[in-house]
Design a protein around this ligand. Sequence first.
Ligand SMILES: *Cc1c(COP(=O)(O)O)cnc(C)c1O
Length: 227
Amino acid sequence: MTTLMERFELVRENIYAAAERAGRSPDDVELVAVSKKHPVESVSEAFQEAGQELFGESRVQEALIKIPALPSRLRWHFIGHLQANKVRKALPCFELIHGIDTVDIARDVDRVAAEMGLFPRVLLEVNVSGEGSKHGFTPEGLERELEGLLALPRIQVEGFMTMAPLVKEAEAARPYFTKLRELRDRLAGQVGIPLATLSMGMSGDYEVAVEEGATLVRVGSALFGGR
Ligand SMILES: *Cc1c(COP(=O)(O)O)cnc(C)c1O
């Protein structure tokens, strides 16, 4: 059995090594510790023992219970599929929303943000694998809608997020990460905005994602164990 602290150390070392292999600065990659379905005590331990301050949650309801029960210096990202009826509750809790996956939800977030006096930072989710089960814009849809999304006055589009298909070997996920980076490079050039943030990579494939340019990796089970 490894301890929580050992698992955090290992994942951080792996991120560091992957960045170095790719000639990237390890400082450009941040670990989002995905605490969904794990209790407040586990988050608290990750903070106290491993110094982790950034956490990801995929359900608003669950996050609304956890966040107030934990120190206010912790930072939270919303990584799930955001439903329109949860936007108002979610916006004040999260510093970044990873999964804006339709024009409609982008508009909802923008409208609610205006009412609440907020400028939420968001990522657009891209379905690079084309799997029907996945949320997100198709690469073509994203290209078509991007200018309109950037023109929304409140949301701050900082980049893209994707989930690779579940694969046995991490290496098999690489083409999807490459594709997202290349898409970002091309669209950033078109719109003249860096779109610097790439959220990609989970427990099974975060090292490959870092090699391909991830700036945020969302790692859950490799840190907290199974759910
Ligand atoms: C649960 C989840 C993760 C973390 O998955 P692990 O395989 O446990 O690391 C990452 N991203 C999203 C969107 C998730 O829902």
